[in-house]
Design a protein around this ligand. Structure first.
Ligand code: NAI
Length: 284
């Protein structure tokens, strides 16, 4: 059963204490869901809960501190959701880090940080929560936040980010039919520029992956970036995500501004692809 409305549903939103995740959490609460915000940062959690305090949905929101890269902590969080709510109905794999830096300076610490959070955290969400979402028999939905960076050839310094997001996209596309058989819908959120704290990647990097990083200078520079006035409000993204869940949309795309780049990438792959007769010879 796909999600038909949000009343009485329980949603677990990673990276839910800031930016896009908080926008999604607000919209789901407004529509009657219980939302558990799971986030690495205590300061973000405190600020997020303060935004709900006193509002009509304040009782519907709770938070827990979770590093999505920790498999043990994730398993514990899932067990708590099972005990407290009889399992969750909606998982939003949204936690991510916007790291950037010159590829020739990248070290394994940078690869491990980027891939660890952006795709590792998503995989940990699927692995930790799928068993309970299937076992409770109510059906459900999993949204994972990729990026339009996954759909275009990105400018320099964003290779690790783009690759980690492309992995999210292809993983979700590929599991969707199998999960449909279990009543679990799958959506991929592909945002363009959204107002958030994504420039604070440096603050989300664990100590052991700071040591030896080649991106310290770039991350310092990124942390000074100013959020654009014209970037989309996270609540608007939240509305799009809510609609995407109800419609079980595979892709939830926030902006059309990169369409030419998206088309150029797809066309380049098609242009390099042999004719159909060629593959028929190989018996595919
Ligand atoms: P944000 O930094 O405001 O929010 C991300 C939240 O995730 C933060 O509260 C942070 O504490 C949390 N987080 C970071 N690492 C974590 C970890 N290991 N475990 C648990 N929580 C963790 O940034 P934003 O922009 O709202 O990012 C949300 C998602 O949207 C990310 O996956 C990002 O890559 C993606 N995105 C954002 C775009 C934008 O323009 N803001 C564009 C395209 C994609």
């Amino acid at each position: 059963m796909h999600i038909k409305d949000f009343a009485g549903k329980t949603a677990f939103v990673t990276g839910g204490a800031s930016g896009i995740g908080l926008g999604i959490a607000k919209v789901l609460v407004e529509r009657g869901a219980r939302v558990v915000i799971a986030d690495l940062r205590a300061d973000h959690i405190e600020n997020a809960l303060a935004q709900f305090a006193g509002g009509t949905g304040s009782n519907a929101v709770s938070a827990l501190q979770l590093d999505v890269t920790s498999r043990d902590a994730y398993a514990e969080a899932a067990a708590k959701m099972q005990a407290d709510f009889g399992g969750i109905d909606i998982l939003v794999n949204n936690a991510g880090v916007g790291l950037e830096g010159p590829i020739l300076k990248a070290t394994y610490a940078d690869y491990d940080f980027g891939f660890g959070v952006n795709i590792g955290g998503v995989i940990n969400g699927f692995v930790s929560f799928l068993p309970q979402m299937i076992a409770h028999g109510r059906g459900g939905h999993i949204v994972s936040t990729a990026s339009l960076a996954a759909e275009v050839v990105m400018p320099p310094h964003l290779a690790i980010y783009a690759a980690s997001k492309a992995a999210v996209c292809h993983y979700c596309e590929a599991v969707k039919p199998e999960l449909a058989e279990q009543g679990i819908g799958v959506s991929i959120l592909l945002p363009g520029p959204i107002k958030s704290n994504i420039h604070q990647a440096i603050q989300n990097r664990p100590e052991h992956l700071r040591a030896g990083s080649g991106f310290a200078e770039s991350e310092q520079k990124l942390s000074e970036r100013v959020v654009g006035d014209t970037w989309m409000e996270p609540e608007e993204v939240g509305e799009m995500v809510a609609r995407g869940i109800l419609e079980n949309s595979t892709y939830i795309v926030t902006h059309g501004i990169f369409k030419d780049w998206q088309r150029a990438r797809s066309q380049a792959v098609l242009d390099a692809t042999p004719d159909v007769e060629n593959s028929a010879v190989r018996g595919i």
